[in-house]
Design a protein around this ligand. Structure first.
Ligand code: IPM
Ligand code: MG
Length: 356
């Protein structure tokens, strides 16, 4: 299996380094040959080529069976023109690979319950949800967009636009995901205000007819944001458009108290999927061997689980190794607690490898 590896910026190199070690070990254990090839994305690509998404990166990704990404961005590139900022590289590769479905699980590891930001009685009900975020449409990519002068002052505008087929295909991903979980799907929109959301709801209801086994509900996005902190246990799968999903997935992940733990998968049709941690490039701790590699290691598990050949067993093995590592008390700084075994990025990688 050919994996295109894009470390990106900041802590990207360190966390991806540990994740690749885990990938190789799991390959040995299960007799799967993994071949990795490194590509440039984000700030690293800007420094080397002047572009956040070089052509070579797109073709390397397309030729691979899956893509593993660290994180992009950092203060060094924050003052650049928006059209060549590192984030452009990330949005560009999502679009180039047609990765319209972004799966962002947020769950509370038993071992990390103390890190959860919510009240113990809320935590006790558990958090195990999946945000299915549309990733190649909406205000992120809609036209027209820009900043221009009108009547003597500047106006800025973007267009939150969705066509039926875009809504239908992401709704299907939501229902399919719900079928494999607790069979509850909550579609999040702003249909009381936005026309684009009215169409969203109409199409979701249409797709729902093919999934009578799934219990469908709808929430306005403001209410959904509130319900997520009030009682996250009510959610199984949430399906929503790009910008709402960007916001809600950060909220869903941070309430678990451990954004350094959560992986994600971005999937399309016919192209390789892209797998990355939910967190960013953490420039403040980059290069210090302090970063938590577990989100990226768990992204490798998602890579195996969602790739075309069924690799559930090695994915399970990685997840079990992570769980065991946590139960042995190993913690990086972001999830440290009294009496834990404090380790750095490499130390955490070592512990997971040992448990594999
Ligand atoms: C994310 C990030 C990106 C997004 C940024 C870095 C472009 O916030 O993956 O959620 O907004 O999609
Ligand atoms: Mg985001």
């Amino acid at each position: 299996m050919k994996i295109c590896v894009m470390p990106g910026d900041g802590i990207g190199k360190e966390i991806v380094g540990q994740a690749v070690r885990v990938l190789m070990r799991v390959g040995e254990k299960f007799g799967i040959g993994f071949e990795t090839e490194e590509a440039l994305l984000g700030g690293a690509a800007i420094d080397a080529t002047g572009s956040p998404l070089p052509e070579a990166t797109v073709s390397m990704c397309k030729a691979a069976d899956a893509v593993l990404l660290g994180a992009v961005g950092g203060p060094k590139w924050d003052t650049l023109d928006p059209s060549i900022r590192p984030e452009r590289g990330l949005l560009g590769i999502r679009k180039a690979l047609g990765l319209f479905a972004n799966l962002r699980p947020a769950c509370l590891f038993d071992e990390l319950k103390h890190a959860c930001y919510l009240r113990p009685d809320i935590v006790a009900r558990g958090i195990d949800l999946l945000v299915v975020r549309e990733l190649t449409g909406g205000a992120y990519f809609g036209e027209p967009k820009g900043i221009e002068k009108r009547d003597g002052e500047k106006v800025g505008f973007n267009n939150m636009i969705y066509s039926e087929h875009e809504i239908r295909r992401i709704a299907k991903v939501g229902f399919e995901a719900a079928l494999k979980r607790r069979r509850k799907l909550c579609s999040v929109d702003k249909a009381n205000v936005l026309d684009v959301s009215r169409l969203w709801r109409e199409i979701v209801l249409e797709v729902a007819r093919d999934y009578p086994e799934v219990e469908l509900s709808h929430l306005y996005v403001d209410n959904a944001a509130m319900q997520l902190v009030r009682d996250p246990s009510q959610f199984d799968v949430i399906v929503t458009e790009n910008l709402f999903g960007d916001i809600l997935s950060d909220e869903a992940s941070v309430i678990t108290g451990s954004i350094g733990m959560l992986p994600s998968a971005s999937l399309g049709e016919g192209n390789p999927g892209l797998f990355e941690p939910i967190h960013g490039s953490a420039p403040d701790i980059a290069g210090q061997d302090k970063a938590n590699p577990l989100a990226t290691i768990l992204s490798v598990a998602m890579l195996l689980r969602y790739s075309s050949n069924d690799m559930a067993a090695p994915a399970d093995a990685i997840e079990a190794a992570v769980q065991k590592t946590l139960s042995q008390g190993y913690r990086t700084g972001d999830i440290r607690e009294e009496g834990c075994k404090l380790v750095g990025c490499t130390g955490m990688g070592d512990a997971v490898l040992a448990n594999l």
